[in-house]
Design a protein. Structure first.
Length: 405
C-alpha cells in the first residue's frame, strides 16, 4: 500500500512539474509527420463525511453516527497521450489514485471520411455517457444514486455523422456477467456466445442536446453437473436511456432517465460497506434471482435518473442536482422481502476557476442508501434488529481541487 501511495504521489508531482511551463495547456509536439499531445488531470478531495449508519449493527459501544475527516486522491487522476497521423488517431490514458494505477482508455480511431469513423480499443461505453457534476466520494457523479454508468470496455465502434447536428454510433463490446442473487440450482458456468451491443444517437441544435441510447446482451448459465434437476439458463440484460441538455443564457438544464432489466451486469449498486467493515447490503441491487422452481430466473427491473441545473457566473458555475433509482425485489417467500429497494442523492457545488486549468469546487452532497431488500436479517450472519433494515446515509462537506493540463 505504501508503495502504491508513493508511486501515485510521484506521478502526480511529475505531472505538475512537467506541465508547469504551459499551465492549463496540454503539451504538444511533432515527430516526423505525427502530432503528439500529452495532458492529464491532477485531482484531490478533502472534507468531512458524516455517516448515519441506520439499522446496521455496529461494534460494541459504537454510536450509530460518526464524523470523519478524509483526504482522497480519486481514481480519475490521469495522464494521457494522443497521436494523430493523417486520418488515424491513437489515444492512451492511465488513471491513478489512492486505489492504485489502471488503464482508462487505449484505442485507435480511423476516420474513413468526413462522416464515418471506426474505433477499436477500450473507451467509454455508449450507454448514458453524460453525468452530473457531483465530485465528492471518488468523483461520484451520483453513480448508484440515479446516474447510470456503464464503464469502459474493449469495443469495436462505428460512428456516422449526418451533418453537424446528428450522429449515430453502434458498438460491439466485451460481454458482462450479471451478478446474481442465487440464480438457479445446481452447478453452472458462464457461456458467453455474443458481445454486448451498444447504440446511441446524438442530436444537437442550437442549445438543445438529446442522446437516446440502448444496451443489450445475453449469455447462458451452462449446466456443469450430472444432476437431472440442473438446467441451462439463458440470462439477458438490457437498458434504454435518454440524456438531454438545454442551454440558455441564464443556465444549462441537464437530465437523464433510464429503465432496464438485470442491470447488475453494469454495476448499478454502489451502496458501501459500512465503516465497521463487516456489514453490507445482503443482496445486489438489480440482480436476477432464481424462480420458485429453482431452474429458471426472475428478471429484475430497475429504473432511475437525475436532474441538474448549472448557472454560470464570471469565473464560477453553481451546480445543483439530484438523482433517484430503484429496483424491484423478486425474491421468495415475498413476505420476508421489500417489494422494491431504492437509493437517492442530491448535491450543490460552486466550481471556481482560479486560473486557466485550475478549479476549486466546494461541495455538499447527500447519499441515501435506502433499505436492505430483506425486511429483517435476524438469525443470519448479518443481523439487523427485527424490522430495522435501514442502510443509512452519508453527508459529505468538502472541496474538490482539480488541475487540468
Amino acid at each position: 500500500m505504501r508503495m502504491k501511495k508513493r508511486l501515485v504521489s510521484f506521478v502526480l508531482a511529475a505531472c505538475l512539474i512537467f506541465s508547469s511551463p504551459m499551465p492549463g495547456h496540454a503539451a504538444g509536439f511533432k515527430i516526423g509527420e505525427v502530432e503528439w499531445t500529452i495532458g492529464g488531470s491532477a485531482i484531490m478531495d478533502a472534507g468531512w463525511k458524516r455517516s448515519d449508519l441506520g439499522g446496521v449493527p455496529q461494534d460494541s459501544g459504537q454510536e450509530d453516527t460518526r464524523l470523519d475527516w478524509y483526504t482522497e486522491i480519486p481514481s480519475n487522476n490521469r495522464l494521457n497521450l494522443k497521436a494523430v497521423y493523417e486520418n488515424m488517431t491513437g489515444y492512451a490514458e492511465i488513471g491513478l489514485g489512492s486505489s492504485g494505477v489502471g488503464t482508462r482508455h487505449i484505442y485507435a480511431a480511423y476516420a474513413m471520411n468526413d462522416a464515418n469513423t471506426l474505433l477499436i480499443g477500450q473507451t467509454n461505453s455508449l450507454l448514458s455517457e453524460a453525468s452530473p457534476g457531483q465530485k465528492l466520494n471518488n468523483d461520484g457523479k451520483l453513480e448508484g444514486y440515479g446516474n447510470l454508468y456503464a464503464g469502459r470496455k474493449p469495443q469495436l465502434r462505428f460512428t456516422h455523422k449526418q451533418g453537424d447536428s446528428l450522429s449515430f454510433s453502434l458498438a460491439l463490446e466485451d460481454n458482462r456477467s450479471a451478478v446474481s442473487n442465487s440464480v438457479a440450482s445446481g452447478s453452472h458456468i458462464d457461456e458467453q456466445t455474443m458481445p454486448a451491443i451498444m447504440a446511441a444517437m446524438a442530436y444537437k441544435n442550437a442549445g438543445l442536446t438529446l442522446v437516446p441510447s440502448a444496451y443489450f446482451q445475453r449469455y447462458t448459465l451452462k449446466q456443469n453437473d450430472a444432476l437431472e434437476t440442473t438446467e441451462d439458463v439463458t440470462l439477458s440484460s438490457w437498458a434504454l436511456a435518454l440524456n438531454g441538455a438545454f442551454k440558455t443564457e441564464i443556465a444549462t438544464f441537464s437530465m437523464e432517465a433510464w429503465y432496464g432489466s438485470n442491470l447488475s451486469a453494469i454495476g448499478i449498486d454502489k451502496r458501501p460497506t459500512q465503516p465497521n467493515g463487516t456489514t453490507k447490503p445482503s443482496m445486489v441491487m438489480g440482480a436476477p434471482v432464481a424462480d420458485e422452481s429453482g431452474n429458471d430466473i426472475e428478471d429484475v427491473t430497475s429504473m432511475g435518473g437525475w436532474l441538474q441545473v448549472a448557472i454560470p457566473f464570471e469565473k464560477a458555475t453553481f451546480n445543483i442536482g439530484a438523482g433517484y433509482q430503484r429496483s424491484n425485489v423478486e425474491n421468495s417467500p415475498s413476505e420476508l422481502y421489500e417489494s422494491e429497494i431504492e437509493t437517492m442523492g442530491a448535491f450543490a457545488s460552486v466550481a471556481v476557476a482560479l486560473a486557466k486549468g485550475f478549479t476549486v469546487q466546494p461541495e455538499i452532497a447527500w447519499l441515501d442508501h435506502g433499505s436492505d431488500a430483506r425486511k429483517t436479517l435476524a438469525g443470519s450472519s448479518v443481523s439487523y434488529a427485527d424490522g430495522e433494515n435501514d442502510l443509512g446515509r452519508d453527508l459529505y462537506l468538502g472541496v474538490h481541487v482539480q488541475y487540468d493540463f
